[in-house]
Design a protein around this ligand. Sequence first.
Ligand code: DAT
Ligand code: MG
Length: 149
Amino acid sequence: MERTFVMVKPDGVQRGLVGEIIARLERKGLKLVGLKMVQVSEELARRHYAAHEGKPFFPGLIRFITSAPVVAMVWEGREAVNVVRNLMGPTDGAKAAPGTIRGDLANDIGFNLVHGSDSLESARQEIELWFRQDELIDWENHREAWLYD
Ligand code: DAT
Ligand code: MG
C-alpha cells in the first residue's frame, strides 16, 4: 500500500472545508494514518515548496501557506499518490473538473484548498518532513476487507 502526504491549506481551514475534504478521502476508501494542525513556519514552508523556489509565485505561496493554520495528514491506500491527485483535480480550480475537490470548491490557482504529493518519492520526502515516525499510526481498517478484492 502507498502512503501520500495531504494538506488542507489555510483557505480550506478558514472556509470550514476540512471535514468536507477528509470525508472525500475517507469515502474513497483511503485510510488516515496521521493528522495534525500546524501553524507553518517560514522554514517548513520553504522546505516543503523547495522545488518552486525562484518561480514568480514563490514569495506569495510562502506568505499564503504561513498565513493561517493548515491540517497536515498522511493517507494510505492502493495507488494513494495518484488517487489523491485525481480526487484533488489540477492546480487551477477554474480548470478542474466538477467532481474533484478543486473543481467543486475552488476557483483560483493559489487558493486551491489542498496539497497532495505528486510522486511516490515526494510523498516519502514530505511525510518525513512533516511527521515524526511516532505520529504515524499503523492500524487495521476492517473496511478494507470490502474495499480490496
Ligand atoms: P499542485 O499544488 O497542483 O501540485 P504545483 O506543485 O505546480 O501545483 O504548485 C504548488 C502550488 O503553488 C499550487 O498549489 C499553487 C501555487 N502555484 C502554482 N502555480 C502557480 C501560478 N502560476 N500562480 C500562482 N500560484 C501558483
Ligand atoms: Mg505540487
